[in-house]
Design a protein around this ligand. Structure first.
Ligand code: 0O2
Ligand code: 0O2
Length: 214
């Protein structure tokens, strides 16, 4: 096993374990017949070339990667609605199999690019044959709409190597706002559906009561 494979092994272990655990949360909601705040979960270990690029850009020494680069292990949780993101964060805060060390709210504080997501950095204990090793893992929680924007922006970023022509940069910012408006519209529709459902249930109960009286 070369040095990199050895270095990345506990990160891979952490991603594999957390994928099972976070997908397990989704399955629990499915079994309980309630709306699942989690739509789907993905995970990856950052490839070596990207680790080296980022270390270079951010002046991180290779010896300091473990403490300075928080997203070598990364999980992503996709939600239908913005409110679901906060439900997921509450569930993560309530767990005792890892420790949250940082939360970054790029939803109320979007990035200059237009990027929105909620990032939770955790310290996750991996059991190795040398004993326990604590690994930093970044969990990104976002709506499907935020994910759509970020996926496309990320691939364009790759194409333009971070140097977007001004017009594309502006269009992407506008697209990010449109994606967020879509989230807001969907939330309103959801509230209306839930209100309508509540009214309908109340009406049915009232009808039953008046039938009994007759
Ligand atoms: P399930 O039971 O449907 O969740 P790997 O395990 O390494 O092969 P990984 O890390 O799970 O793959 O990531 P990958 O391949 O990117 O996809 C993760 C899961 O997310 C897959 O489901 C995909 O079907 C699902 N997925 C990806 N994009 C979408 C999407 O737009 N909508 C929905 N609903 N799901 C999506 P699993 O893990 O195979 O099984
Ligand atoms: P990958 O694996 O290619 O996605 P920085 O890297 O300087 O932005 P930092 O401190 O490392 O910031 O952490 P941050 O910003 O909380 O998280 C970085 C990750 O968030 C990025 O990882 C992306 O996944 C995502 N992200 C942040 N800003 C943007 C953005 O403007 N557009 C898109 N598409 N994604 C963003 P990497 O390093 O790009 O890795």
């Amino acid at each position: 096993m070369n040095h990199w494979d050895q270095f990345l092994a506990p990160y891979k272990q952490a991603v594999d374990e957390l994928k099972v655990k976070l997908k397990g949360m989704r399955r629990e909601y499915e079994f309980s017949d309630t709306h699942s705040p989690i739509e789907f979960v993905t995970g990856r270990v950052k490839p070596m070339a990207s680790i080296l690029d980022k270390a270079n850009q951010k002046n991180i020494k290779l010896e300091a990667l473990e403490t300075e680069m928080q997203d070598i292990a990364g999980l992503r949780m996709m939600c239908q609605f913005v409110d679901d993101i906060y439900v997921v964060i509450e569930r993560l805060r309530a767990r005792n199999d890892f420790r949250i060390i940082e939360e970054r709210d790029y939803i109320s504080h979007k990035k200059p690019s237009g990027y929105r997501s909620f990032h939770v950095v955790i310290e996750y204990p991996v059991q190795t044959i040398q004993g326990e090793k604590k690994i930093l893992v970044e969990i990104q929680i976002r709506t499907l709409s935020m994910n759509f924007w970020a996926t496309i922006e990320h691939s364009l970023n790759y194409k333009y190597k971070g140097q977007f022509p001004e017009e594309i940069r502006l269009r992407l910012k506008r697209a990010a706002e449109a994606a967020f408006r879509l989230d807001e519209e969907m939330s309103l529709i959801r509230e209306e559906i839930q209100e309508a459902q509540a009214l309908f249930t109340k009406k049915k109960e009232n009808d039953k009561r008046s039938q009994k009286k007759d």
